[in-house]
Design a protein around this ligand. Structure first.
Ligand code: XMP
Length: 322
């Protein structure tokens, strides 16, 4: 665990000097890392220099975009660019089933949209800052001899490379782990809900929907996931868990709905404990909680007829299914 006060002091003394009067661009994902970095930038620099860009890829969790908008405005953001690019992402993902191909499609679309939208901002000389944390770097195989486990879109895009070469890439969190970032967020006064939020992968729901990604499947998964997460909060379980989410499998199964045969989708629930996401253990739910949550989901999400619980640790499984 790093010394948070010292870390803030260091950033606050070095960053203004480094960027001078230049604008700084941060791509906000809605996740903890980029949100905490956004808060730190807004506290450290003149907010007029801080451009926050959030892309609504259509692969986000329920109400994500509105929540991001509300929080960042509250933190004093005056240059908040919300980009609706669901169509770009869903059309790029159409017909793709392979997990790495999906990650590449999402990554390529991020690059395309990033280039298109950043060009519109008219700040070509801006510094680029990213909330990349240590495990992102390690697991993307960008460091030494670590092998590629999954391609993470947010490390090493052409925009990032260009800014790096120009000496305009700033990654203040690259030696930090999630626990450090959380402590930093709390020290910066971010709401507990934000700081303790479970991690969310860059490719979003695309890696939580097995098989082809469609808007309909995203909507189903968003609903089921929201019920699951709400219940964990109501039951005071959310903060005991490192990461919990629902996965929409590409299986259908026979069930009964309104006394009739149904042939609905199979949903998997995942909940793990971890200290840094490099390894993970299955969260040992009381079965009663799981049974009740399962019933709530099958009752309220009409397309889901069956719910399963993933009991695999990492390794051998990874946290995300794809
Ligand atoms: P895995 O599935 O590799 O996930 O065990 C480890 C942690 O990383 C998150 N994850 C990602 N985060 N971009 C990110 O920023 C990504 O492409 C990505 N893929 C996985 C995952 O949710 C878990 O917390």
């Amino acid at each position: 665990m790093i010394d948070i006060e010292k870390f803030i002091e260091e950033v606050q003394s070095s960053l203004p000097e480094k960027v001078g009067d230049n604008p700084v661009l941060l791509l906000i994902s809605g996740g903890v890392d980029s949100t905490v970095l956004g808060a730190l930038l807004l506290k450290t620099l003149d907010p007029r220099l801080v451009h926050l860009m959030y892309m609504d890829t259509g692969l986000m969790r329920k109400n994500e975009t509105n929540n991001v908008k509300a929080l960042l405005s509250k933190l004093g953001s005056v240059n908040l660019h919300i980009i609706n690019c669901e169509e770009d992402f869903l059309s790029a993902l159409a017909g793709i089933e392979d997990p790495e191909a999906k990650r590449r499609a999402v990554g390529d679309t991020f690059i395309k949209v990033q280039e298109r939208e950043t060009a519109k901002l008219g700040i070509p000389d801006a510094f680029l800052t990213q909330g990349t944390i240590a495990p992102d770097v390690i697991e993307s195989g960008n460091e030494g001899n670590a092998s590629l486990i999954k391609s993470h879109h947010n490390v090493g895009t052409p925009l990032v490379q260009a800014k790096k070469q120009a000496g305009k890439l700033i990654e203040p969190f690259d030696k930090l782990f999630k626990t450090d970032v959380r402590a930093l967020g709390a020290a910066l006064g971010l709401p507990e809900d934000t700081v303790k939020r479970h991690p969310f992968p860059g490719p979003g729901l695309a890696v939580r929907i097995l098989g082809e990604v469609t808007r309909e499947k995203c909507d189903i998964l968003r609903e089921a996931d929201a019920i699951y997460i709400d219940e964990l909060k109501k039951r005071n379980l959310y903060n005991e868990i490192w990461q919990a989410f629902a996965v929409l499998t590409n299986l259908r199964s026979v069930g009964i709905s309104g006394g009739k045969r149904s042939y609905g989708r199979v949903l998997a629930l995942r909940a793990i404990t971890s200290s840094d996401a490099m390894t993970a253990e299955v969260y040992p739910f009381n079965l009663k909680d799981l049974f009740e949550i399962s019933a709530l989901i099958t009752t309220n999400v009409k397309d889901i007829s069956r719910v399963t619980y993933d009991i695999s640790s990492k390794p051998p499984a990874t946290i995300e299914w794809e």
